[in-house]
Design a protein around this ligand. Sequence first.
Ligand code: ADP
Ligand code: MG
Length: 219
Amino acid sequence: MDIALARRWLDAITRAVADRADYLTQLDSAIGDADHGVNLTRGFGAVAAALDEASTENVGEVFVRAGSTLISKVGGASGPLYGSAFRAIGKALPPGPSATAAEFGAGLIAGLEAVQRLGAAAPGDKTMVDALAPAVLAFKKSVSDSESLSEEPRGGLAAAAAAASAAAAKGMQATVPMQARKGRASYLGPRSVGHQDPGPPSTALIFAALAEVTAATAS
Ligand code: ADP
Ligand code: MG
């Protein structure tokens, strides 16, 4: 993961959430307050603008800046949660313009921990954590497996991102029958069962974007 790839990933997320904003907001209208797509479009739009203005020598700083922007620009719960995740990823990366797949995997773990520290949601509570936790763990496992086979570092990153994206999508689907225990959807109690919470789909988009940009780089 290097500065250019980090920026391409964030740009791909910005495009994906803008494309899917209506869908995300529609999901949030059934189970929350109908702003998830709007929140993320505003937040990642501001990230794109903030990164255009900034230049840096450290890949971690790209993520710290993105996270701080999400925290300051998004009113809903998802801004501080995703913002803390990106800040934690950035702070976990070593100084310098690039990080190995293993270092980036450790950053993703730090991001997951930040979301859980802030939101106190565990897997099974029907939140973004149900897509984020399996994605991060699949990423880490794929990197360890590819390291033991001594594959190309870049190929290792693309394979790990593809595994994370598949795990996020699977985790997302598994949340539909759950009852929400955190966030606004929990106010619905048993009536949240059968609805898709909007957080897992946005997390799945974020990892699909990572898979897309890393696949393009590896080939
Ligand atoms: P808000 O709920 O404030 O309107 P958003 O609609 O942007 O914010 O984001 C809602 C999403 O945030 C939910 O679908 C859920 O996945 C996630 N979320 C809410 N609270 C928590 C929490 N405590 N921990 C983890 N994720 C949460
Ligand atoms: Mg909402």
